[in-house]
Design a protein around this ligand. Structure first.
Ligand SMILES: Cc1cc2nc3c(=O)[nH]c(=O)nc-3n(C[C@H](O)[C@H](O)[C@H](O)COP(=O)(O)OP(=O)(O)OC[C@H]3O[C@@H](n4cnc5c(N)ncnc54)[C@H](O)[C@@H]3O)c2cc1C
Length: 302
């Protein structure tokens, strides 16, 4: 549950071109991060990462402690001049560990122990008498009033029957692709190419989430961690000493749990890459680049 950094919002040069910046700043979003982190019961530390933006107050819950093997990696990174920090995680540690000591990307308590949208905000929202949820419904379009300035209804299909839901305000949260697709489908006289698409940019410019797994393998050491993903570092996030440019959207290297063994490995220790207790995994999330190809006309609208 990372916050974007101050620098993410302003214009700045990247290796592949300039980022124009956003029409809002970190300070505009900060109070909302505070509220979201409280609802998701995020654990973390505001003191360890030099790129960490200002928080009005510390996280309400302490960071998830490193297991011994990761604590050793943290120490060795610090010795090398890196600033590893505790990953902000939305985990109910006690509830999870009541069931069994297993990694949080796995069973046994993905229901209550991992604070996702359902466990966090949705459950507490449903406590209000005026909140209800319609499941198994597919929203097909949003209708606007005559002026085209106000959404008046969400039209959806449930059990094969088209229905409408009217409200004074709507929030679209159908994921990056489907939100754009829904708005593109929501054509009207006032918005012939879709809602919020006067620029014709809606649904274009998606970025690939480039990631790389790096494995440190040592045949003479055992990694006994159940959950490795407690540290990260952002030392090269805003710049690097090779060419000066920011090295990415989230170049944190997270120590990962025993997943992603599908890659191809070579070298004398390659066989050990598939043995989770012989490797420490780092997950590198480098610069996010815009794809060259634009959205095909009408593609998102389907
Ligand atoms: C494999 C995987 C691993 C990930 N791991 C991590 C991680 O470790 N940490 C992390 O921070 N993030 C992770 N992410 C990213 C994270 O899951 C997403 O960023 C996040 O879920 C986005 O939330 P959202 O509410 O915007 O959209 P979503 O979670 O995608 O929710 C959108 C919802 O809208 C519904 N919907 C779509 N269209 C319609 C429609 N027309 N009508 C009705 N409903 C509709 C969908 O069914 C869905 O339920 C991972 C993602 C993937 C795919």
């Amino acid at each position: 549950m990372y916050r974007y950094r101050h620098e993410d919002f302003s214009a700045r040069p990247h290796m592949d071109g300039a980022s124009p910046g956003w029409p809002m700043s970190y300070d505009d979003l900060a109070p909302w991060y505070d509220r979201a982190e409280a609802i998701f019961r995020v654990r973390g530390s505001t003191q360890q990462d030099p790129t960490e933006p200002v928080h009005a107050k510390p996280y309400a819950y302490p960071a998830v402690p490193d297991e011994p093997a990761i604590a050793a990696v943290r120490k060795r990174l610090e010795k090398a001049g890196i600033h590893p920090s505790s990953l902000p995680l939305a985990i109910d540690l006690d509830t999870w560990l009541e069931r069994a000591p297993t990694g949080w990307d796995a069973f046994p308590n993905t229901g209550e122990g991992k604070i996702d949208a359902e466990v966090g905000p949705l459950k507490s929202a449903l406590d209000y008498p005026n909140v209800s949820i319609v499941t198994g419904a597919r929203v097909t379009r949003l209708d606007v009033d005559e002026s085209g300035r106000r959404i008046v209804a969400a039209v959806y299909i449930k059990d094969g029957v088209e229905q409408r839901n009217s409200a004074g305000r709507f929030a679209v949260a159908a994921g990056a692709v489907q939100s754009a697709a829904l708005l593109l489908r929501s054509t009207s006289r006032a918005h012939p190419t879709g809602l919020g698409n006067s620029s014709d940019q809606l649904g274009r410019n998606f970025m690939n989430h480039n990631t790389t797994a790096m494995l440190a393998i040592d045949p003479f050491r055992r990694n006994s961690c159940v959950y490795q993903k407690t540290i990260a570092f952002n030392d090269f996030y805003n710049e690097n000493n090779e060419h000066g440019f920011p090295l990415g959207e989230r170049p944190a290297a997270r120590a990962y749990y025993r997943q992603y063994p599908e890659g191809e490995f070579s070298g004398p220790c390659a066989g050990l890459a598939h043995q989770p207790d012989r490797a420490a995994r780092l997950w590198l999330v480098p610069d996010q680049r815009r794809p060259a190809e634009p959205r095909e006309p009408g593609h998102g609208a389907r």
